[in-house]
Design a protein around this ligand. Structure first.
Ligand code: FMN
Length: 211
């Protein structure tokens, strides 16, 4: 009996330590609801480059989204080249100089590039179609939520539609190599966040039960 006591205590301590590790781990990562609540649009990023493995993983989690009739009508192009981002920025700013189109970007005192300062971009294109917007919307949210878990920040950029409509950006758009019939819809800015914005309030009156 005397010998059993230390063994029992030891087992109990090990079990308690295991439970503590599990609880701490689950608190750190958070469930899906917590991840959704933690996500913010990030527009200030650290210089730290995003690991390619993470960018690849994000894209794979993106295409894990459901799509109408499982057609998977989407294409993703990942850009993490500073040269590419800087040359697109230079070409765009020169093309729109004096038009006011870039004013909202240049108002940012920490302006680095026209993609909300991100060091990496995930471009998403889809063909025209009834469910195209739904498909790639689901894809994008998958990526943005997975990024939170990787401690990465993101911002959905619809502005790329206007940016790449500029003839001066034609070569950059072409270099993305989207297939015939596919149209660039948005890009996700990705990087390690250098800001922690407050959550923007949501209008819950948009939700109604129907009796
Ligand atoms: C389709 C779409 C396009 C967007 N385009 C831009 C954009 O071009 N530039 C930008 O800074 N934010 C853009 N946003 C981010 C929204 O401004 C942001 O989601 C909204 O203000 C709510 O803030 P939150 O994401 O932090 O909750 C876009 C979001 C969506 C869904």
């Amino acid at each position: 009996m005397k010998r059993l006591l230390p063994i029992t205590l030891c087992c109990l301590a090990t079990a308690l330590a295991l439970v503590a590790v599990i609880i701490t781990d689950s608190q750190r990562k958070g469930g899906v609801a917590e991840i959704i609540e933690q996500r913010r649009s990030i527009r200030a990023y650290k210089e730290t480059p995003v690991e390619r493995e993470k960018l690849q993983r994000l894209a794979e989690l993106g295409v894990a989204a459901p799509s109408a009739m499982n057609r998977q009508e989407w294409e993703i192009r990942i850009v993490d080249s500073k040269e590419w981002i800087d040359s697109a920025t230079k070409a765009y700013l020169a093309a729109v100089e004096g038009t006011g189109k870039a004013d909202y970007m240049l108002r940012d005192p920490n302006f680095k590039n026209i993609f909300r300062n991100a060091p990496a971009l995930i471009f998403v294109a889809a063909p025209e179609g009834e469910f195209a917007g739904v498909n790639i919307g689901l894809l994008g949210e998958n990526i943005m939520l997975a990024a939170v878990e990787m401690e990465l920040g993101t911002c959905c950029l619809g502005s790329v539609q206007g940016i790449f409509a500029e003839p001066a950006l034609a070569d950059h758009l072409k270099s993305l190599g989207f297939s015939e019939g596919y149209r660039l819809s948005y890009a996700l800015a990705v990087g390690y966040p250098d800001e922690q914005p407050e959550a923007k309030p949501r209008d819950l009156s948009k939700i109604k039960f129907v009796e």
